[in-house]
Design a protein around this ligand. Structure first.
Ligand code: ZN
Length: 136
């Protein structure tokens, strides 16, 4: 038995979904709005990068501060309960991120990481994205 009514359930689920996809969507909209075009979640590249611009050899990755252990960020603090579990999971994510990044760099791709907390100031983020995309 579901503890929610049908309406409440879909409301809850849509909140969960938007919470997960929002940062990436916002970044995509910014880039698209500036007139750039890209491919999404390219499965043939390591780590299936979020935003790929093949001709420019650029990749933009949007990362959650918690799951990807953003260094020095207050959003990356481990919860006190089940701390071992979280620490292991996040250490593995981080290891995998680093490996993928090295691979991409060695193959001549430029990678920009956008952290979730950078979305607080979209003007700054926008100029950062533009600078990265336009750089040679
Ligand atoms: Zn952060």
């Amino acid at each position: 038995m579901d503890i929610y009514t049908k309406e409440k359930r879909s409301e809850v689920m849509s909140k969960v979904r938007s919470k997960n996809t929002n940062p990436e969507l916002i970044v995509r909209q910014l880039i698209y709005g500036m007139g750039y075009r890209y491919r999404l979640h390219v499965a043939s590249l390591p780590g299936k990068p979020d935003i790929v611009m093949s001709k420019r050899r650029k990749i933009i990755e949007v990362r959650g501060c918690f799951w990807h252990a953003h260094e020095g960020c207050k959003h990356a603090t481990l919860p006190k309960t089940r701390a071992d579990f979280w620490a292991t999971k996040i250490a593995c994510n981080r290891e995998r991120d680093k490996k993928n990044l090295d691979c991409l760099n060695e193959s001549g791709w430029d990678v920009l990481i956008v952290w979730q907390c950078e979305l607080k100031n979209l003007d700054i983020l926008k100029s950062k994205l533009k600078k990265f995309i336009d750089s040679e």
